[in-house]
Design a protein around this ligand. Structure first.
Ligand code: PGA
Length: 248
């Protein structure tokens, strides 16, 4: 009933030729998986990747600036992405929140501008370790949703994909257990039902991210509220990424 998605967040990795080769290797196998595939690359490869894009593996950007143009040295605007034909973006990734100091106001502004401009968004949320240890993770994540996305209209919200990514699991090799992930995915879906409707909640794809790999994906994706993954490290090898995508 809802989309299954496996998306690769390549972060600040790969050279141009490596990125193009990886995209082509993933694409070769893409017809053999039962889910949608996407990759999120560094800006500088997007134009070249776009020339190779096929309908099986969509290409997206990891970030953008919420102003259409102007004196923002080093930034890339959503209008520049649109000009390249990019339609998918990540927003709210914890590395941008922590390392680039993106607060809720900036994330909300990005969500609004991306929505108004027809982008497909993977919105990331997730708690740090101390919040999890104090058993406040559910409130913390639901509050992130409230601050960033629950103000959207029902039709806008339906164009979103949510990725739950506990910060303590990202790049650490420490994965949330399937039960830990399922608990919070179910709470997210419940909050969506309360804010919108059961129907909107049932259609929302909620991905898990955080040291997801070919070994643990099957167990995670078997949970009723886990609709795929946002994959960092394990998305940099075509074989492993495809194996993850075959885990449904
Ligand atoms: P990881 O990253 O799979 O390397 O933990 C996931 C992410 O940051 O999206």
């Amino acid at each position: 009933m809802r989309k299954k998605v496996v998306a690769g967040n390549w972060k600040m990795n790969l050279t141009k030729s490596e990125a193009l080769t990886l995209y082509q290797s993933i694409s070769k196998e893409a017809e053999n998986v039962n889910c949608e595939l996407a990759v999120f690359s560094s800006y500088i490869f997007l134009d070249a990747l776009k020339q190779l894009e096929n309908s099986h593996v969509s290409i997206g950007a990891q970030n953008f600036h919420q102003e259409p143009k102007g004196a923002f040295t080093g930034e890339v605007s959503f209008t520049q992405l649109k000009d390249l034909g990019i339609q998918n973006v990540l927003i709210g990734h914890s590395e941008r929140r922590m390392l680039c100091h993106e607060d809720d106001a900036i994330i909300k502004a990005k969500i609004d501008v991306a929505m108004a401009n027809g982008f497909q968004i993977i919105y990331c949320c997730g708690e740090p370790l101390n919040i999890r240890e104090n058993n406040q993770h559910i409130d913390f994540v639901l509050n992130q949703l409230k601050e960033n996305v629950l103000h959207l209209s029902e039709s806008e919200f339906s164009r979103l994909i949510i990725a739950y990514e506990p910060i303590w699991a990202i790049g650490t090799g420490k994965t949330a257990t399937p039960d830990q992930a399922e608990e919070i995915h179910a709470e997210i879906r419940k909050a969506i039902a309360q804010n919108y409707s059961e129907e909107v909640a049932a259609k929302m794809s909620i991905l898990y991210g955080g040291s997801c790999n070919a070994k643990n994906a099957h167990e995670l994706f078997a949970k009723p509220n886990i609709d795929g993954g946002l994959i960092g490290g394990a998305s940099l090898k075509a074989d492993e990424f495809i194996e993850i995508a075959k885990s449904f």
